[in-house]
Design a protein around this ligand. Sequence first.
Ligand code: NAD
Length: 440
Amino acid sequence: MTTSTNTIPNRQLQSPKLLRNGKTHIESINPYQNALQQLDLAAKHLELDPGIHEILKHHERELTVHFPVKMDDGSTKVFTGYRVQHNVARGPSKGGVRYSANTDIDEVRALAMWMTWKCAIVNIPFGGAKGGVVCDVKSLSKGELERLTRRYTSSISIVIGPDTDIPAPDMGTNAQVMAWMMDTYSMTQGRTVPAVVTGKPVAVGGSEGRNDATGRGIVFVTREALKEFGKRLTDVTVAVQGFGNVGGVAASIFHEMGAKVVAVSDAVGGIYNPEGLDIPKLQECTNNDGTLTTHKGGKPITSRELLELDVDVLVPAATENQITDENADRIKAGIIIEGANGPTTPSADRILQEKGIFLVPDVLANAGGVLVSYFEWVQDLQFFFWQEEEVNSKMEALLVHAYREVRQMAKREEVDMRLAAYLIGVKRVAEASLMRGIYP
Ligand code: NAD
């Protein structure tokens, strides 16, 4: 096990860009550096004690594992995985597990830090963590995926547990992966421990409503944001980047609730129809191994083009660094609701703000998922399960409350919604750290 050091890594820099004034500029797209910049901004505004600021910059525990998996062809492959716990001042750490060929320790660090703020902003008793395995999920058979998941779980079992650190799904993982994780951990304990992960199938202790929770929360938050402009969901056009658990579900619920979803995209490409897309048909098509781009209901577009469409609401729900200082200038949407974690870089944030675009940040906008994960954990600990309506309405109440708190803070401090959310989240974590004091 390694502990985090003071070094801020320097991977993934965009190639230098020629600015209009003739100077070159390099923007960091290292998500960890971006997460640190966001924290620094909040710390400065809060006049945070330098010692506490230093604590919050660092991750409490980082585990890197290299583990073998038997592949279907008889060969053995060694995979690399991570579990990073950022801060547990407010409770056990919580955060998803990402399976992606592009993941690395810095991405996992950023995602873990964002989880700490997110849990504090919606005021649930969790700290932040995240996990990842470097792998191309699409190239693995179901058997390989199961063996990889079980061995990864076994390798990180020394740092997870129902009252220590509770994983959940993220990009590339789903309810089935969570069932395997729960089963593997339970085998090491000699008893069934449903509360060790959330986002499980309902049949093994999952919560009703968890699968749709992040996407549903995105729609609730959008509805609240629109109220500020005197609009309703039925008045607006929406573009959604990413068509997975977050983007796909959000697009479906937007459609159900009467918003006109005019564009969606996934990693292959997207589709645009200014008259509105038939989202249930698109879901059917992608479920049947079709792609969005080959669907007849609109014109094919790239995922980058989607971001620049003239729509009322843009929901980046795919991955980090989609809106950077390279394209922020060309964004036409009036409202951005961040479904993904870290889709906007700090430089892009400044450009969007200058353009007067109203942005609801990831740490608030996509918190419906962790809220229902919290409910799932509570239900598992009590072995007492709720109906879906109860889950959805409790999530709506907490998310809308958090939205209003952040909005009030933004107005009072005259700052954008990201900084306002951080002022609330970082302050809560700092207060908990101060009250607990420094051991010994
Ligand atoms: P997922 O694996 O279910 O889906 C990801 C989608 O994004 C897929 O449709 C994929 O094709 C697409 N995609 C990937 N790269 C893309 C690109 N460059 N351009 C366009 N589309 C691209 O993952 P998910 O669970 O939907 O997660 C998406 C984002 O939401 C991630 O940032 C994740 O951290 C965040 N998030 C997820 C949850 C959750 O509950 N699953 C909760 C909060 C935040």
